[in-house]
Design a binder for this molecule. Structure first.
Ligand SMILES: [Fe+2]
Ligand SMILES: [Fe+2]
Length: 393
């Protein structure tokens, strides 16, 4: 959702890792290594089933011997990370917030939900739909976690702490999309078929977080993302409340509190990595920030709008649900959380990475203010999610 940053910031990559080719319309799929006409023609026949943004993908960048670090942290993760999961019996479920289909009062409850939803503007629904679609692409995020060397779930039912975490985390997250999806369906305000198509496209596209199978990069990415979702669900809760829909505010706020708990777990893992391997951890943080944290739903498409994610991000920015300032704030928060400024005993390269990371939040804010100053012409875009109605982006 901080895509506006992509256009205004460009940091030199210290590794050859992310030569990015953003393809406009028509959406031909090709990697920089695939330039032959036959490949392009072939790809045209099966559009949207491969990532829309293709770059040189770096794999397995963590030295194999470092896998041992994660093996040795098994016991630590059991005591310090698994405790952030909630037992299923103590978890909320979507049904706790939705009309009861078995009850006599079901239709009345639906009517009330719809009456409250009538008070919310279309642009709010666009942002809520984008957040819901992001949650619904959960298969992609579980896949992403299972790309990480040393922590992946090797069998699908592996008994390691890392694998237990990933499965239970996924199971907790699964309630987020379910709840928002059912709420939006009942609200009657959005085009469910278009939304469902967008979800299908998005899961088919996958995502490209540039984490290179490295848990160092991967857990920095998830720390950032959990906080980003905590912020955006918190803001959709605040706006729902301002529009008088306290039940929706409670839905979004409840999801936000799960994200906060997940943020705590992931930031703890990275904190541990800083403790035992500060040099490689600061290099990983600088690397992720140079590449920029891409949002999980950055490849979203609804079959109509080639710039759907950018348009959704602009609305989220305009409504203050997730902004470029939030991106800088998250980084600043993490820098403080991990005591990055006070790290000692770093190599020369480590110290340079430390300086880069610590100087980044004010730099991002300055660029953002400058971009804001160049008063962007507001444009109006039809969103298929709200039946093609026009939304200011
Ligand atoms: Fe979530
Ligand atoms: Fe999350």
């Amino acid at each position: 959702m901080a895509l506006s940053l992509n256009s205004m910031m460009s940091f030199p990559s210290h590794k050859l890792s992310s030569k990015s080719i953003k393809l406009g319309s028509p959406r031909v799929l090709m990697a920089s290594t695939l330039h032959s006409t036959s490949k392009v023609a072939e790809n045209l026949k099966k559009p949207h089933f491969a990532p829309r943004e293709v770059h040189v993908q770096v794999t397995h960048s963590m030295p194999p011997q470092k896998v041992e670090i994660f093996k040795s942290l098994e016991g630590w993760a059991e005591e310090n990370i698994l405790v952030h999961l909630k037992p299923v019996e103590k978890c909320w479920q979507p049904q706790d917030f939705l009309p009861e289909p078995e009850s006599e009062g079901f239709f009345e409850q639906v009517k009330e939900l719809r009456a409250r939803a009538m008070e919310l503007p279309d642009d709010y629904f666009v942002v809520l739909v984008g957040d819901m679609i992001t949650e619904e692409a959960l298969p992609t995020y579980q896949t992403m976690l299972n790309t990480l060397d040393g922590v992946r779930d090797e069998t699908g039912a592996s008994p390691t702490s890392w694998a237990i975490w990933t499965r239970a985390w996924t199971a907790e997250e699964n309630r987020h999309g379910d709840l928002l999806n059912k709420y939006l369906y009942l609200s009657g305000r959005v085009d469910m078929k278009q939304i469902e198509k967008t979800i299908q496209y998005l899961i088919g596209s996958g995502m490209d977080p540039k984490t290179e199978n490295s848990p160092y990069l991967g857990f920095i990415y998830t720390s950032f993302q959990e906080r980003a979702t905590f912020i955006s669900h918190g803001n959709t809760a605040r706006l729902a409340k301002e529009h008088g829909d306290l039940k929706l505010a409670q839905i979004c706020g409840t999801i936000a509190s799960d994200e906060k708990r997940h943020e705590t777990a992931y930031t703890k893992i990275v904190e541990k990595l800083f403790e035992i391997d500060p040099d490689d951890t600061i290099l990983a943080l600088a690397d992720m920030m140079r590449k920029k944290i891409s949002m999980p739903a950055h490849l979203m498409y609804d079959g109509q709008d080639d710039n759907l994610f950018e348009h959704f991000s602009s609305v989220a920015q305009r409504l203050g649900v997730y902004t470029a300032k939030d991106y800088a704030d998250i980084l600043e928060f993490l820098v403080g959380r991990w005591n990055v400024e006070k790290l000692t005993g770093l190599s020369g390269e480590g110290r340079r990475a430390q300086d880069f990371v610590c100087g980044l939040p004010p730099r991002i804010r300055r660029l953002e203010e400058r971009a804001q100053g160049r008063a962007k012409q507001a444009s109006i875009i039809p969103f298929s999610w709200v039946f093609g109605r026009n939304i200011i982006v």
